[in-house]
Design a protein around this ligand. Structure first.
Ligand SMILES: [Cu+2]
Length: 191
């Protein structure tokens, strides 16, 4: 009887050791997998059209986390070119670009081609931006999305706050920009 008991205990201990070993390996494996996996890139899709996003006038509020990487898929569903650009403040973007364009018009600029060639116009939009966006391996102040085009942009914003994404294209709305026609959306960056 005593031998049988010892035998039972032995078997049970082996089973227990095997179970513990399996659990340890499973935990270690999970930890290694989690540590080795790159952080998951979050996806955001925006469709651009005259003059808003995702079929609406203006755009949806996008909420992201500071320091995290987001992949934005921009799809131009409209009949004219659009763009994605970041702005610190909507009102400042609208008024600064409006006065910059008015000034250029007073200097003789009469159309979209003239406006887009003017460095003062580029500068007026850049100055209201919070940062460039990453397109492929390049950084630019705006991501142009041609008619029918789909463009992917990578976005990481490290400073929490409330910002705006805007369309600074003047095509079809000159001397105003698409943003003046409501093509803006809020971007909330949470800590
Ligand atoms: Cu636009």
């Amino acid at each position: 009887m005593a031998i049988t008991l010892r035998g039972d205990v032995k078997v049970n201990r082996n089973v227990l050791l095997a179970a513990v070993a399996i659990i340890v390996v499973a935990i270690a494996g999970t930890a290694i997998y989690v540590m080795a996996s790159p952080p998951k890139v979050k996806e955001i899709r925006l469709e651009l059209q005259e003059f808003g996003y995702n079929g609406a006038k203006s755009g949806p509020t996008l909420t992201i986390k500071a320091g995290e990487t987001y992949r934005l898929t921009l799809v131009n569903k409209g009949a004219i070119d659009h763009e994605f650009r970041l702005a610190k403040d909507k009102e400042a973007f609208l008024s600064d670009t409006k006065s910059a364009i008015a000034k250029l018009q007073s200097q003789g600029i009469k159309d979209v081609a003239g406006l887009e060639a003017a460095s003062a116009f580029k500068e007026s939009r850049r100055l209201t931006g919070i940062q460039a966006v990453k397109i492929g391996q390049e950084f630019d102040w705006d991501a142009d999305v041609d008619v029918g085009e789909t463009k992917t942009v990578e976005l990481v914003i490290n400073t929490p706050g409330t910002y705006w994404y805007v369309c600074g294209e003047p095509d079809g709305t000159f001397p105003l920009l698409h943003a003046h026609q409501g093509m803006v959306g809020q971007l909330v960056v949470q800590p």
